[in-house]
Design a protein around this ligand. Structure first.
Ligand code: RB5
Length: 148
């Protein structure tokens, strides 16, 4: 189960990604927004992040104009590793090395086809573990020190 959300800047791309997920038989929960009317991205990012954090959903997709605001909010949540990916290579390493659990995308910079290629790579790539797990453990320690 995938959590998906966008602000107005990512709305069109969110709808295209939903079509792709439907076609491929992935289940998703849409946290909005529902139109191109202006909304505040922190609200949407919060709901998607909570859903992934509580394991209601396995991972999330967040889209705003740049992907940046969404990722900044998502990374405030303990246990969330959100990566803004601009191409297949960054998507590959976000999964392989960072075990990222939220994919942030730019509605402005990416074509639908770019975004689908990024998502396909994301879905197909497993975390490598090993030395990268040690680094994730270090991130967890930092969270413990710095987050309530
Ligand atoms: C909205 O104008 C824009 O700031 C938002 O979509 C996002 O890109 C923020 O980082």
């Amino acid at each position: 189960m995938i959590a998906i959300g966008s602000d107005h800047g990512g709305f069109k791309l969110k709808e295209e990604i939903k079509k792709y997920l439907e076609e491929k038989g992935f289940e998703f929960k849409d946290f909005g927004t529902v139109s191109e009317e202006r909304v505040d991205y922190p609200e949407i990012a919060k709901e998607v992040s909570k859903s992934v954090q509580t394991k209601e959903t396995e991972f999330g997709i967040l889209i705003c104009k740049t992907g940046l605001g969404m990722s900044i909010v998502a990374n405030k949540f303990k246990g969330i590793r959100c990566a803004v990916c601009h191409n297949e290579n960054t998507a590959k390493y976000a999964r392989l090395h960072n075990n990222a659990n939220i994919l942030a995308l730019s509605g402005e910079e990416l074509t639908t086809n770019d975004a689908i290629c990024i998502l396909r790579m994301w879905l197909a790539t497993e975390f490598e573990g090993g030395r990268h797990q040690n680094r994730l453990n270090m991130i967890e320690e930092i969270e413990k020190e710095n987050m309530k």
